[in-house]
Design a protein around this ligand. Structure first.
Ligand code: AMP
Length: 290
């Protein structure tokens, strides 16, 4: 598996060649420490696209000063092997200096939909994400780019970014890959100790309780209450937020019902986990009809 570290090499020798031979290019942006969730994106890309670039870059600008940038797992060689096994064609692993020269001074900011949910608790996070994703899209110029619904707000923000700036790429959102017990696969799961790991699946279970209530007609605030109560039964969680939002606008639902996405963030010790569940409008009708 070829690992390219500079923008010029990627552009000139690789992407240009792929394009010249008429290949459709897919991009899977990641922070590395690849797991089953990332691999599902790479696999999906390799099924649809002819040349799949996996970027691995622990983007400093999306981490807050108190967050885990320093301790974030880095394992480039292993990542390259894993990506190759599922159909990745090239790893783009730039250095920090390659992506952010000392006098870097341009930022991409998506307003409004970055303010709620995770954005409220991670100031500057989405600015870092939208800036680096814009740079990666400009560097690779893919036909399609793949993102996970596990980071639901991120997916919606990137779709908005691409629409608003008329970036010629199709954004593909793919389902959350979970462990057998329901825990969403995440690089941060490896920070959990045995007790925390045993409790962690209850985040998704709580969201499922909320979804169940929504399918029975519960409104946004009621659904949030169900999820909060369910999480409260597991004292090891420190809940940061539970919010039911409109799937497109990400606005809080209040007294409105489905369609909705219920998103939550909770700490287990120092480790912050996020997850979400979507309830379609017809899920309610199906229950009521039945
Ligand atoms: P990250 O390396 O955490 O920035 O994630 C890179 C991409 O993988 C993002 O689009 C994430 O949404 C996606 N991703 C992370 N975890 C999962 C998962 N469990 N299932 C599906 N996609 C995921």
């Amino acid at each position: 598996m070829r690992i390219v570290e500079t923008i010029s090499e990627l552009r000139v020798s690789t992407i240009a060649q792929a394009r010249a031979s008429g290949k459709v290019v897919g991009l899977v942006p990641t922070l590395g420490a690849l797991h089953a969730g990332h691999l599902s994106l790479i696999e999906a890309a390799s099924r649809r696209d002819d040349f799949v670039v996996v970027s691995i870059f622990v983007n400093p600008t999306q981490f807050g000063p108190e967050e885990d940038y320093q301790r974030y797992p880095r394992q480039l060689i292993r990542d390259a092997e894993l990506a190759e096994q599922v159909g990745g064609d090239l790893i783009f692993a730039p250095s920090r200096a390659e992506m952010y020269p000392d006098d870097h001074s341009t930022w991409v900011e998506v307003e409004d939909i970055t303010e709620g949910l995770c954005g409220r608790f991670r100031p500057g996070h989405f600015r870092g994400v939208t800036t680096v994703v814009t740079k990666l899209l400009n560097i690779v110029q893919p036909d399609r780019a793949y993102f996970g619904k596990k980071d639901y707000q991120q997916l919606v923000v990137i779709k908005r970014l691409v629409r608003d700036l008329n970036i010629p790429v199709e954004i593909v959102g793919l389902p959350t890959v979970r462990e057998a017990d329901g825990l969403a696969v995440s690089s941060r799961n490896q920070y959990l100790d045995t007790q925390q790991r045993a409790a962690a699946p209850q985040l998704y279970q709580a969201l499922q309780h909320g979804a169940e209530a929504a399918r029975h007609g519960a409104r946004g605030t009621e659904v949030e209450q169900v999820v909060r109560e369910s999480l409260a039964s597991e004292p090891v969680f420190t809940v940061q937020y539970v919010q039911a939002v409109d799937p497109e606008t990400l606005q809080p639902l209040g007294e409105a019902g489905a369609p909705m996405v219920v998103a939550a963030a909770a700490y287990l010790g120092d480790t912050r986990l996020i997850d979400n569940i979507k309830i379609e409008e017809d899920a309610i009708n199906a229950e009521n009809d039945g």
